[in-house]
Write a protein that binds this ligand. Structure first.
Ligand code: SF4
Ligand code: SF4
Ligand code: SF4
Length: 318
């Protein structure tokens, strides 16, 4: 049989597309990787128009009103995959869930806390630095958005993000990366606050300029120093700073926020790529590294797909 006319399964087609993506990426990456550490300082400053969210876990009642509001604003159907048609609590962020309320409960005491998870809109986002095609971008107001026309589905953003935010759309033939984009197209551009902050009935999550929210968070801590964990605002400095800020009465790590240093991850990534290009003949090496990473991602994709199938009984779509 002629190789050109040989039928391909969809999986083989995907594999070929990943391979092609790697080849193209190896040609394009050098342009993007030359970004200097000056563009990615260790401690980035928020853009002047940076907006933010302040989530105070001590106020959140876990009502989850913010979740369907987020789905509705983003045109996402309710996630009923694991519950036979009834909207129930998804187990984590997924391709239909850009915003989730989770509950932390200490098994040995009555300590508990709710936590809202969505994109943190990092000041220097690792997902943006990690994306070889510029599909993820920091735009007006500091919102981190995703451009479908530039994405090849390599999933580097997933690997790069320290908060495990970007999600791969398993079921689709042309899978998207799904993440909270700060309701940029739907609401921010129209001078409306995000759907989740607008829907919150208790004021547990509020919207505003990042600077003002930071002041407000510090004011709450000063007014009730015994109430807040470590008397600090998570996101002020973590990973170089984020535009979503957290207050909590229990440890940030207990509610699933990773312990991170204060240096921007984009800064680290740029340092690594600039050394590779300076000393090791950039494009050829990068093609090899990229090919390896794509293969590893593909294997991981296969494992996750099988796990997904096993857990949900959902037929393989890829
Ligand atoms: S939280 Fe993750 S996805 Fe969101 S901006 Fe930061 S690195 Fe990107
Ligand atoms: S900002 Fe918009 S997309 Fe992000 S969690 Fe809130 S409602 Fe969802
Ligand atoms: S709407 Fe507000 S109070 Fe209700 S779960 Fe969401 S953040 Fe918490």
């Amino acid at each position: 049989m002629n190789i050109l006319t040989m039928p391909l399964t969809r999986r083989q087609a995907f594999r070929a597309m990943f391979g092609l993506g790697g080849t193209v990426a190896s040609a394009i990456l050098p342009m993007k990787a030359i970004a200097s550490t000056e563009e990615h300082p260790a401690h980035p400053v928020a853009p002047p128009d940076a907006v933010g969210m302040l989530y105070d876990s001590t106020i959140c009642t876990g009502c989850k009103a913010c979740m369907p509001a987020c789905n509705e604003a983003n045109g996402l159907p309710a996630d009923t995959l694991l519950s036979g048609g009834i909207w129930d609590m998804p187990t984590g962020l997924n391709a239909q869930t850009k915003n989730i309320i989770e509950l932390y409960q200490d098994p040995e005491s009555d300590e508990f806390a709710f936590v809202k998870k969505q994109c943190m809109h990092c000041l220097d986002p690792a997902c943006v630095t990690g994306c070889p095609f510029g599909s993820l971008k920091k735009v007006d107001f500091g919102a981190v958005t995703w451009n479908s026309s530039l994405c090849i589905g390599c999933r580097y953003c997933e690997v790069a993000c320290p908060f495990e935010v970007p999600q791969f759309e398993w079921k689709a033939l042309n899978p998207k990366i799904v993440k909270c984009e700060f309701c940029y197209d739907q609401r921010l551009k129209e001078n409306l606050e995000p759907a989740c902050t607008a829907a919150c009935p208790t004021g547990a999550v509020i919207f505003g300029k990042r600077d003002a929210l930071l002041d407000q968070a510090k004011g709450r801590i000063a007014a009730a120093p015994d109430k807040y964990y470590e008397n600090r605002v998570y996101g002020e400095h973590e990973a170089g700073g984020t535009q979503v800020l957290y207050l909590s009465s229990v440890s940030f790590q207990k509610i699933g926020l990773p312990k991170l240093g204060n240096t921007s991850l984009g800064h680290y990534a740029t340092k690594v790529t600039s050394v590779i290009y300076k000393w090791l003949g950039g494009p050829m090496l990068m093609a090899g590294v990229l090919g390896f990473a794509i293969r590893r991602n593909w294997n991981r994709h296969e494992l996750e797909r099988l796990k997904h199938e096993k857990e949900t009984g959902f037929p393989d779509q890829l």
